[in-house]
Design a protein around this ligand. Structure first.
Ligand code: AMP
Length: 300
């Protein structure tokens, strides 16, 4: 099978109550593909400027990520996002967004990506997400993520994409914004009526809730004593989830549940370091071992 991920490869400036990190590598596509790379060889579609460090490109290559769809714009500047966290790591505010190379980005899917089995449209402008749909042959599974910015600024485009996807990843705030519904169960069910057959509601350090027509499944977040930087947790969840499904080639309920555990496991590693730092040392055996300890944690 093959997994294609479309999203941002970015510089992030991260402010926590304890530290500030200036322009470290991040981006929805980066986190998602790194997490997925533990299960499959993800293919990415993204854009960066000439200022994007060569050693980072080499690092992604070494992690077995297919970069044929990564465009480097000569003279361009990489997308930059700045976020600030409060003492509660679930509380985040966007301080600044510099679109830079995204402004004129028209994604082109390489020929070798067109037959993707799983397509993930990570957080990015919904018009770009829609443009991708026109270029792929019918994938077996499509999934998307978004943020409040797009729900507010491009609701029509967003709803068009939502109508076409099978899986929707969102956090509680986004789901409420999209449905005008405060109760999360009702909100999740409303989204099932807008297109997707599965809604994955991410609840930060409280885990995730998965809704399907005949499925409600709750997964806790791995207990983490030291949350260093929550950025990318959601994208890593999606990467673990979809990477695992790509590997197992089955979308049965049993595998969906296991995939959610892998999503939670990958998110728990991401937040242990700033940016993508944790992926510089993370080993497959650590992923396996955390999956096993997760089993003990939730079985009774
Ligand atoms: P997460 O913490 O999983 O929600 O994702 C955080 C990542 O999303 C950061 O690394 C940002 O670079 C990226 N991001 C934030 N805003 C945008 C945006 N408007 N478009 C694309 N990517 C974004």
């Amino acid at each position: 099978m093959s997994l294609v991920i479309v999203g941002s490869v970015a510089f992030d400036t991260i402010e926590t109550p304890w530290e500030r990190k200036e322009k470290i590598v991040g981006g929805s596509c980066t986190y998602c593909s790194l997490a997925a790379s533990f299960f499959t060889r993800p293919k990415i579609v993204a854009v960066v400027g000439e200022d994007f460090p060569k050693d980072m490109i080499d690092f992604l290559k070494k992690k077995n990520i297919d970069l044929k769809g990564l465009k480097i714009v000569p003279g361009g500047r990489t997308f930059h996002w700045q976020g600030r966290y409060g003492y509660d790591p679930n509380q985040r505010e966007t301080v600044r967004t510099d679109l830079n190379v995204f402004e004129n980005f028209r994604p082109e899917i390489p020929a070798s990506y067109k037959k993707a089995d799983i397509l993930f449209l990570a957080n990015i402008d919904p018009d770009i997400q829609e443009a991708i749909f026109l270029q792929v042959e019918k994938p077996r599974l499509t999934a998307m993520d978004t943020i409040g910015l797009w729900i507010q600024s491009k609701p029509a485009s967003l709803l068009r994409v939502l109508k076409k996807v099978d899986v929707f990843f969102a956090n509680d705030e986004e789901v409420r914004m999209l449905t005008d519904e405060r109760n999360l169960i009702k909100a999740g069910k409303k989204i099932l009526g807008l297109g997707p057959s599965l809604v994955i509601l991410k609840k930060g350090e409280h885990g995730a809730l998965i809704f399907g027509e005949d499925l409600v499944f709750g997964i806790m977040a791995h207990p983490c004593e030291d949350v260093v930087d929550p950025t990318g947790a959601g994208d890593s969840f999606a990467g673990g989830f979809l990477g695992y499904l790509d590997k197992t080639r089955s979308f049965s309920q049993k595998e969906i549940r296991r995939a959610a555990v892998y999503g939670s496991v990958m998110a728990s590693f991401t937040i242990e370091g700033y940016g993508i730092d944790r992926y510089k040392t993370l080993k497959p055996r650590e992923v396996r071992s955390r999956f096993e300890s997760f089993k003990k944690l939730v079985s009774f």
